[in-house]
Design a protein around this ligand. Structure first.
Ligand SMILES: Nc1ncnc2c1ncn2[C@@H]1O[C@H](COP(=O)(O)OP(=O)(O)OP(=O)(O)O)[C@@H](O)[C@H]1O
Length: 250
């Protein structure tokens, strides 16, 4: 159990009689970057939403560091170090980049969204916010309104606000979705950097990103696990090739 940061056991989610996820077993090794992939409608988002506690499983269990978190609220699991990017700290477009990270830090320090608290009380958080901006490479934009950032830099800001919650396990939902070619490489490098010393699970459509970033891949099809292994293993698996035929995105 010690090497498994996050485990899904027999995860099933039924929507009005339709099983979007069926008896999925999934283990995310500590320190790894693990991807959930599969053709459209395979159940990736549903599975991800179960693991991130956005949805409650119809059946099955989720274990974080061996502890059953199946019935816990997202805020409880976030306190235990399982954080979905953007789950708590959505970007506030009219706040500056620095203020956005500070708000995320306030929520992790339990001071919440009490904007009326004196500026003096939040000032010590500025240094940490600046460090986080540096870590994701957008320190030069600290005083810009978040709305003015390029798409790629917005994603970097979202990662900074996630890091503010000190995640041990980070869950990223399609981190490169909607990105132009020029933004994909920097965000891939950034995820690699912030993954050091952490565990990362992501849903990602871009298979070239998956191949460069991920240690382990789970392929879903029709709500079930079709294959699991390294990118090389799964991409050479004839069942995976067949599942993707006609439905591949990249
Ligand atoms: N809330 C819901 N109610 C009913 N059916 C749902 C619901 N959410 C998902 N589904 C169905 O479950 C199946 C799996 O959907 P899901 O979004 O998890 O797949 P996906 O692999 O993420 O797909 P995509 O790559 O297209 O985003 C689909 O057939 C979808 O229509």
């Amino acid at each position: 159990m010690a090497d498994k940061a996050l485990v899904g056991e027999g995860l099933t989610k039924v929507f009005g009689g339709f099983a979007a996820v069926k008896d999925v077993n999934l283990s995310v090794r500590r320190g790894s970057i693990h991807a959930l992939i599969g053709p459209n409608g395979a159940g990736k988002t549903t599975c991800f939403n179960l693991l991130t506690k956005t949805l409650t499983p119809t059946r099955g269990r989720i274990l974080l560091d061996g502890e059953d978190i199946s019935r816990m609220r997202t805020s409880e699991v976030a306190r235990r170090g399982l954080v979905r990017s953007f789950q708590i700290s959505a970007i506030f477009p009219h706040l500056t980049v620095l203020e956005n990270v500070r708000v995320a830090l306030q929520s992790s320090f339990g001071t919440g969204y009490h904007f009326w608290r004196s500026l003096r009380a939040v000032a010590p958080l500025n240094r940490r916010a600046e460090e986080l901006l540096e870590q994701v490479g957008i320190q030069d934009n600290r005083d810009s309104p978040a709305a003015a950032l390029s798409y790629g830099k917005k994603r970097a800001l979202e990662i900074a606000t996630t890091l503010a919650l000190e995640p041990r396990v980070m869950l990223l939902d399609e981190p490169t979705a909607g990105m132009g070619h020029e933004d994909i490489e920097p965000i891939t490098d950034l995820i690699k950097r912030v993954a050091v010393g952490r565990t990362v699970l992501l849903v990602e459509h871009n298979l070239s990103v998956v191949s460069t970033l991920c240690d382990r891949i789970t392929v879903l099809q029709h709500g079930e696990v079709l294959a699991e292994g390294s990118y090389k293993d799964v991409s050479n698996d004839p069942r995976v090739v067949e599942a993707y035929m006609g439905g591949i995105d990249e």
